[in-house]
Design a protein around this ligand. Structure first.
Ligand code: PLP
Length: 425
């Protein structure tokens, strides 16, 4: 029997329609309707972290033989403590390489509940502890879990750029809360009060702060808590730099009366234990958020690998000497970088109280900060970021990560001095 191919009437009709639409568009001088696949509109709302873009440019220059000092990326230049890495390796050798519960392994969650309770003076029930692949994922998912289109979210400006990006992705309205240099990069209570209202779904706080190194005082947090308790807002307290504080302990808003019930207390292994690549963050979350956040984890990344959680248990329960050593070294580097930057012509720099970032004011120079950063990279071989990449209130500043060796910091300062002297000559 001969195979008779059916008459492809539908295909011809489709081709004719396409041809007609192209002809009509040509006549009307409009773009033709095509069947090219389209991206979601939301994609254009996603921001990024300039650190990764500048790092890529710097690496490209290095491949072409240039010497670059890296002050752009925010990660400790210390190795993961040996006993922590060993715990992860031992878990792999025991065969702990399968899926785990999305909320995290019970043993790890218990250790985290103890740590959060002890360090913040609060009582965190283990059921309210969640583990995820980095604090960044937990903050992104928290914003998705609470923010409907049109909801307002207050966040620090300058601040970690992923806050604004995630708010926009969720369709929310970003409401920047200025961190004022004259307040040592804390916020003014009146400015929080002006922004807070029935329309506020979430308030994001970050202390110690990236990029300014500012630490909110206990009084600032107390007045913020009082205002927030008078509103319907949840709080996301990003405390990933809590252990890197130079002038006393950084307070948590969750320690204040009634705040734990509405606060996501966010911390992680990345900064404290030099574990950025292990990808592990954790949080104590209000009861109503446990199930939605767990589902979001199940729907996206499933879980954190068991061997990473084993390393996490070792990090939180083992010796803390490596943290002390690292923070002491950052403190010494802070002295070098602040003194060095302040001695450059046209530059002033406050001493940061936490994290490992300096945020010098370069607005008195006759060159715009973005141009300055570009030229320092291209001409002087110093990779750093502009404050503007962290929000409009970062304008006229640079962000410098001093999580690099003293020798590299001295070299960067020397190169910056030579560059600025040549400009001003
Ligand atoms: N929050 C702040 C303020 C940060 O600066 C960073 C990383 O730079 C993160 C969260 C994300 O940390 P993680 O590596 O745990 O995702």
């Amino acid at each position: 029997m001969r195979f008779v191919e059916p008459f492809p009437r539908r295909r011809i009709r489709r081709a004719l329609c396409a041809l007609v639409s192209v002809l009509i568009a040509a006549v009307q001088d409009e773009p033709a309707v095509t069947h090219a696949p389209q991206l979601a509109h939301g994609v254009s709302r996603l921001g990024t972290e300039s650190a990764f873009a500048v790092l890529a440019r710097a690496r490209d220059l290095e491949r072409r033989g240039r010497s670059i000092v890296h002050l752009e990326i925010g990660e400790p230049d210390f190795p993961t403590p040996e006993h922590v890495a060993a715990a992860g390796i031992a878990a792999i050798e025991r065969g702990e390489t399968g899926y785990t519960p999305s909320a995290g392994l019970a043993d790890f969650r218990e250790v985290i509940a103890d740590e959060l309770s002890r360090s913040r003076g609060i009582e965190v029930p283990v059921e309210r502890v969640l583990v995820a692949n980095g604090a960044k994922l937990l903050l992104f998912l928290t914003i998705l879990a609470v923010c409907d289109p049109g909801d307002e979210v207050i966040y620090p400006d300058p601040g970690f750029p992923i806050y604004e990006s995630a708010i926009r992705w969720a369709g929310g309205i970003p409401v920047p809360l200025p961190l004022r240099e004259e307040l040592d990069f804390s916020f003014a209570s009146e400015e929080l009060s002006e922004r807070l209202g029935p329309q506020t779904k979430l308030v994001i706080l970050n202390s110690p702060n990236n990029p300014t190194g500012g630490v909110a005082s206990a009084e600032d947090l107390q007045s913020a808590a009082e205002m927030i308790l008078d509103s319907p807002a949840w709080v996301l307290s990003d405390e990933v730099y809590r252990r890197i504080a130079y002038d006393g302990t950084a307070s948590s808003i969750a320690s204040l009366s009634s705040m734990l019930e509405r606060t996501v207390v966010l911390d992680g292994l990345s900064k404290t234990y030099a574990m950025t690549g292990w990808r592990c963050g954790y949080a104590a979350v209000p009861s109503p958020l446990v199930d939605p956040l767990t589902r979001l984890i199940t729907n996206s990344v499933s879980c954190v690998p068991a061997f990473v959680q084993a390393a996490g248990i070792a990090a939180l329960t083992g010796p803390q000497a490596s943290v002390t050593t690292m923070v002491n070294e950052f403190r010494a580097r802070r002295e070098i970088i602040v003194a060095g930057l302040s001695s450059l012509p046209g530059v002033s720099c406050r001493a940061p109280h936490g994290a490992f970032y300096a945020f010098p004011d370069v607005s008195r120079l006759r060159i715009d900060a973005q141009q300055l950063a570009d030229r320092l990279l291209e001409e002087a071989g110093v990779a750093l970021l502009t404050g503007e990449g962290f929000g409009a209130h970062g304008e006229g500043h640079l962000r410098i990560s001093y999580a690099t060796s003293r020798t590299q910091l001295e070299l960067a300062l020397e190169r910056m001095r030579q560059f600025l002297d040549a400009q001003l000559a």
